[in-house]
Design a protein around this ligand. Structure first.
Ligand code: GLN
Length: 222
């Protein structure tokens, strides 16, 4: 009798070598700056793919949620039948990185959102949408970013959220220095989930993406 092939037996058949297989990282491609993230994430041993359908989501090891507009992303996730599959994968530990609107989508609680706005959740944090206000709709700031090493990160903020508060499991990785928003939290990690209020895909500095890829690899080999 033929045995059903389960993902466990598949992994067993591949043996120890499977951890050398390319890591497949999806970029949620409902809306936003998808192309820039695909370019930033693809590289040595990493295949980057746009994700628009549940079947595409099932094929990735990790996911990037780009910046854009979280209310639109919420509508499209529902229209494309991705809201529940994404919530389930994230809750089950899929390494996920959200930038700007992507950070909002990973928040358990959103302030100043649209009343019917949905998130995927996963990070025990309260995020305020469009938090930096009108005068500083867009700005750039140098942030000390724990975990990525080296020089401060040149961070680009575009109608960005900030993290108003975090739960006990959340590690704060970066805060804005100076100005009216001094000390506001703009990068966090909880387990396999990483989020930044800023857009590292718009600068040539790939340290945040590399850090995320490392985190995703570590999650696969455990
Ligand atoms: N203000 C946007 C929102 O609420 C986020 C902006 C961005 O991703 N650049 O979704």
């Amino acid at each position: 009798m033929t045995q059903p092939v389960t993902s466990t037996s598949l992994h067993a058949d591949l043996g120890a070598g499977d951890i050398d297989a390319p890591l497949v990282v999806g970029v949620l491609a409902l809306q936003g700056d998808v192309r820039e993230h695909l370019r930033a994430i693809a590289g040595d041993g990493v295949t980057a793919l746009p994700v628009r359908r549940p079947a595409e989501l099932a094929a990735v090891d990790a996911l990037v949620i780009p910046g854009g507009e979280s209310t639109t992303m919420s509508n499209l996730a529902i229209a494309f039948d991705l809201l529940d599959p994404l919530r389930q994968r994230i809750a089950a530990g899929m390494p996920t990185y959200g930038s700007c609107a992507g950070m909002i989508m990973l928040a358990d609680t959103v302030l100043d959102g649209r009343a019917d706005q949905q998130t995927f959740g996963g990070i025990d944090m309260v995020v305020r949408r469009n938090a930096f206000g009108r005068q500083v709709d867009s700005f750039e700031s140098s942030v000390e970013f724990a975990d990525i090493g080296g020089a401060p990160f040149h961070a680009v903020f575009i109608r960005a959220p900030w993290v108003e508060s975090v739960g006990p499991e959340v590690e704060v990785l970066a805060r804005v220095a100076g100005g009216a928003a001094d000390g506001r939290i703009v990068a966090v990690r909880q387990g396999n989930l990483l989020a930044t209020a800023f857009h590292p895909e718009l600068t040539g500095d790939l340290r945040v993406h590399r850090h995320f890829v490392q985190l995703a690899r570590a999650a696969r080999t455990h």
